[in-house]
Write a protein that binds this ligand. Structure first.
Ligand code: SAH
Length: 256
């Protein structure tokens, strides 16, 4: 059994209890060394074999998984944040399917959630935005035509850009062409939850300049949207005039 485990965004105590337990039991760990905090490996057994996948190919990673399985050893594949987002786990699972090796996925705290915590924001504020678009600027990895930033920008929703910190001139232009106003609040969150975490706030008009000014070109997320501004309507969920399965309204709700 191979366990794909989400390591969380960086702080070692932001891994899940289940992920931590699996790491402590593992005979073999393959971790994404470019972003996973190596402190997490401190909980591994002394006998645990540890591989940094940063310098490995998919074939090499799968070969380690294969030999670990053949030897009846427990293998953890440790991915940054949550494995389902830009984790390249699909190709690993396909290879494991072909080899008849079973696997499971243990979710993790994605960096875009740690970024919301660092910013002190709610991504879904009533009357402002009720959707979060998680996407990226096209780089060496192509993005399907219908998902170009320009097209997604038309929704005006909260948007989080992964893997785009080095492409912000182009991202800014696309987002403006797509329909966000130049004064839309933006934030760059560098290394969310790490000791050197940094938050830079700006507007869409100054996004690329802000990243340049602070020397940010990787390991950062960009958050775009009015939820970063001060405008906020209260939610219906806790409104005294709103009935739901757990509570009956005590006064008429306005706009419910
Ligand atoms: N699966 C991961 C994302 C992997 S892609 C997750 O769920 O977070 C790698 C990209 O994620 C980086 O280029 C950066 O955009 C973002 N990222 C990962 N960790 C980060 C962190 N602690 N702070 C800010 N951005 C981070």
């Amino acid at each position: 059994m191979i366990h794909f485990v989400g390591a969380g965004p960086g702080a070692p105590d932001l891994i899940t209890v289940r992920g931590q337990r699996l790491l402590a039991q593992a005979d073999v760990v393959i971790y994404a060394g470019s972003l996973v905090n190596p402190e997490l490996l401190g909980s591994c057994k002394p006998s645990c074999e540890v591989y940094d996948s940063a310098g490995m190919t998919l074939e090499e990673v799968v070969a380690v998984m294969h030999s670990s399985e053949a030897a009846g050893r427990d293998c953890v594949r440790l991915h940054t944040g949550d494995p389902s987002l830009y984790g390249a786990i699909r190709e690993q699972m396909d290879a494991l399917d072909e080899l008849g090796i079973s696997y499971e996925i243990v979710p993790g705290v994605s960096s875009f959630l740690a970024a919301a915590a660092a910013l002190g924001v709610e991504y879904t504020v009533p009357q402002v935005s009720q959707s979060v678009i998680v996407t990226r600027m096209e780089g060496r990895t192509p993005v399907p035509e219908g998902e170009r930033l320009r097209a997604l920008a038309a929704h005006g929703a909260t948007m989080v850009l992964f893997l785009s910190a080095g492409l912000l001139d182009a991202a800014q232009e696309e987002l403006l062409l797509g329909g966000y106003a130049p004064e839309t609040p933006c934030a760059i969150v560098y290394r969310a939850s790490w000791p050197d975490e940094a938050v830079y706030r700006c507007t869409l008009a100054t996004l690329a300049e802000c990243a340049r000014e602070h020397g940010v070109h990787k390991t950062a997320l960009v958050v775009v949207g009015e939820v970063l501004g001060s405008h906020a309507e209260r939610s219906l969920l806790y409104h005294p005039g709103f009935s739901h399965g757990y509570r009956t309204a005590s006064e008429p709700a306005k706009g419910a």
